[in-house]
Design a protein around this ligand. Sequence first.
Ligand code: ADP
Ligand code: MG
Length: 256
Amino acid sequence: MSETALEIKNVHFSYGSVPVLFDINCAIPKNRFVSLVGPNGSGKSTLLWLLSGMRKPQNGEILHNGINVSRMNIQERARKFAVITQKESNQLSFTCLETVMLGLHPHRSRFSKLTRQQMELVWNAMELSGVQQFANRNITQISGGEFQRVIIARAIVQQPEILFMDEAISSLDISEKIRIHKQLRALMAKNGLTVISISHDIDTVNFSDDVLALKKGTMAAFGPPNEVFTESFFETVFNVKAEILPGKGFFIRDTI
Ligand code: ADP
Ligand code: MG
């Protein structure tokens, strides 16, 4: 049996009196690349907030190494989880290098000098996401896709056990998407990282180990893409007609 990164048990969540997640149960294995998919408003971002301990479910619990994530303090969470939200601000007056260095924050004592090892970590992460050339440029002066890659570098510098990404790869062009996927894979092989990534690019979801699908706040499927992606899955979850090309992937034909 593989180790579990996160255990989701009977999780329910409401915004005020409006329920948005219903009885989610799932064990996410460690060291996997998990794509969280589903239509707009199905509860993906909300589930990510809960899994990373930034919000607390009204019922049920989420365990990381047996510890309830909503009871972990902010420092503990920052050491274990890196979160890239859908609304990262690029309005601050920081250079790209300074932004990536912020990822070291949970591992540094206040006012301490950067060690050579920490500096190497920063450069390696910038190299991994291909943003070294922007090091001294202000984050307001790069493109949206480049900014996303700076934020990915910052998250890697955090050296998390779990990396959560909310549509962080979506704005990259296709070759960058594949390149970042491969780089994250290499990192996963090296340090056991688990990645949980919300994605609308159903094509690149094929690169993941597991797919967790939500529909209207309920769990519609969990498993490897070649098992989850069936014609009836696309019909019931996304309301589209798909043709499955065995061993190759799928082709979306039309809406229903
Ligand atoms: P997704 O990421 O799959 O698009 P979300 O998790 O953002 O979905 O939203 C799930 C549901 O919760 C949607 O109906 C959305 O309108 C609602 N919702 C999201 N955030 C809030 C909020 N802060 N307050 C109230 N309702 C919200
Ligand atoms: Mg969302």
